[in-house]
Design a protein. Structure first.
Lengths: 247, 176
């Protein structure tokens, strides 16, 4: 297996990085390129940018952000939010992103996963799953998607998804620890890499998530402070988690 | 240094282009005439071979003439005789061997992994791997670097492997 990955997540809206808790109350916290480059320098293994504005011009904004990030950042990054078609996805990858993530659009029309995988390769297709109590939620977690999380994960795999980004809605922003039970169920259900998201409060939480998942998404724990990533990586190494030497 | 990147629709062309420009390379369109030709690649083998079109012959001629080619990820797999992807696809046939599906681990294999013998970690994202006697470096038992005549192929993505990847590409450019 490749080394466990730490993936800072930057929520973007209107071309800026914003911050929110439980999808509520956004504030501007910086420029996506500057923050992305700083996290890369601090040892991030990958980056995720999620456009949470979901406006009609989200695709144009996504392509612009992806292009600007690609010029400055030399580690892989995923772009999600507002991607509804193969053309949307191809435009973002063409700008220099390595993967796209889809969520509500895949729930609305699961065939989208197959179309993306066939044209772009599975390795570029991340399906983001927002879950609460073993059930999938959609539209920025505002709606019940009427699907069981494990069943949906299996369907995503069968349709050609390359990775699953699994966010526990009830943990998101709480720093109370990842939903390890849900992550372990997914580890057993699919053979795709799983990126754990939602609930990181300390290095112990992350180490526990990395014991059942291939990567950990880091959001509120970093406080938009790349220096925190440096100390977290040191703490994780002391806990015996093998991380790459980013020098 | 003139470097041409084969463009065939799908692919990580933009990232490769940016990585080379950072190292001072001059990106040109003429795959036949460039000092180094790069066959990038993300996507699937069949659509890539179809997309390559006339570049197939240009790349074979380059290799026959001993002029350098660098294949990245799918670009390495395309150089082989065949791939078992998409029900079986004939490759360029400039490197003996075939691409087979990864088995016995989480697929796609995504993330940073060390390459032996150098010990350097690079970023991988693949579901198939090269089975070839031309392998000169491995990563967790998988072919990571292939060399055959003037062709060098890497299963990892140097253009996305931070400082280590930039050092690798710099060595490729310095050898041309």
């Amino acid at each position: 297996m490749p080394l466990p990955r730490l993936i800072p997540c930057l929520d973007v809206a209107g071309g800026r990085v914003v911050k929110g808790v439980k999808f509520q109350g956004l504030r501007d916290v910086g420029d996506p390129v500057e923050l992305g480059a700083a996290y890369s320098d601090a040892g991030a293994d990958e980056l995720v940018f999620l456009d949470i504005s979901a406006t009609l011009d989200a695709r144009a904004a996504a392509v612009d952000v992806a292009a600007r990030v690609a010029e400055q950042v030399t580690i892989p990054f995923t772009f999600g939010g507002g991607i509804r078609t193969l053309d949307d996805a191809a435009a973002v990858l063409g700008a220099g992103a390595d993967k796209i993530s889809v969520n509500s659009a895949a729930l609305a029309r699961p065939e989208l996963i197959e179309e993306l995988a066939r044209s772009l390769g599975s390795q570029a297709v991340v399906v983001a799953i927002d879950t609460e109590g073993g059930r999938v939620r959609s539209h920025a977690a505002t709606r019940d998607a009427a699907r069981d999380t494990v069943e949906w994960a299996r369907e995503c795999e069968q349709r050609g998804a390359g990775e699953l980004l699994v966010t526990s809605i009830d943990r998101d922003g709480t720093q109370d620890g990842y939903d390890l039970e849900q992550l372990a169920a997914l580890r057993d259900a699919v053979s795709l890499p799983v990126i754990a998201s939602g609930g990181a409060g300390n290095a112990g939480h992350i180490a526990a998530a990395l014991a059942v998942s291939q990567a950990a998404l880091l959001a509120s724990i970093l406080h938009e402070n790349p220096a925190r990533l440096v100390t977290l990586r040191d703490e994780l190494r002391q806990l015996g988690v093998p991380l790459r030497d980013a020098a | 240094m003139k470097v041409a990147i084969c463009r065939y629709g799908a692919g990580n062309v933009r990232s490769v282009e940016l990585a080379l420009q950072r190292l001072g390379a001059d990106i040109v369109e003429d795959v036949g005439g460039a000092d180094l030709a790069i066959l990038p690649g993300v996507g699937s083998a069949r659509s890539a071979m179809e997309g390559l079109g006339a570049s197939v012959d240009v790349l074979r001629e380059r290799h026959a003439a001993g002029r350098p080619i660098l294949g990245i990820c799918l670009g390495l797999q395309l150089a082989l005789d065949e791939s078992e992807e998409d029900g079986g696809v004939a490759g360029l046939g400039i490197v003996p061997g075939r691409a087979v599906r990864l088995r016995g681990e989480r697929v796609p294999r995504i993330g940073w992994a060390e390459v032996e013998p150098s010990g350097e970690a690079y970023w991988f994202a693949h579901s198939y791997e090269a089975k070839t006697e031309a392998t000169v470096a491995t990563s967790e038992g998988h072919s990571a670097i292939v060399e055959h005549g003037s062709f060098t192929g890497v299963q990892f993505h140097p253009e996305k492997s931070g400082a280590a990847g930039a050092r690798f590409l710099e060595r490729c450019l310095s050898r041309v």
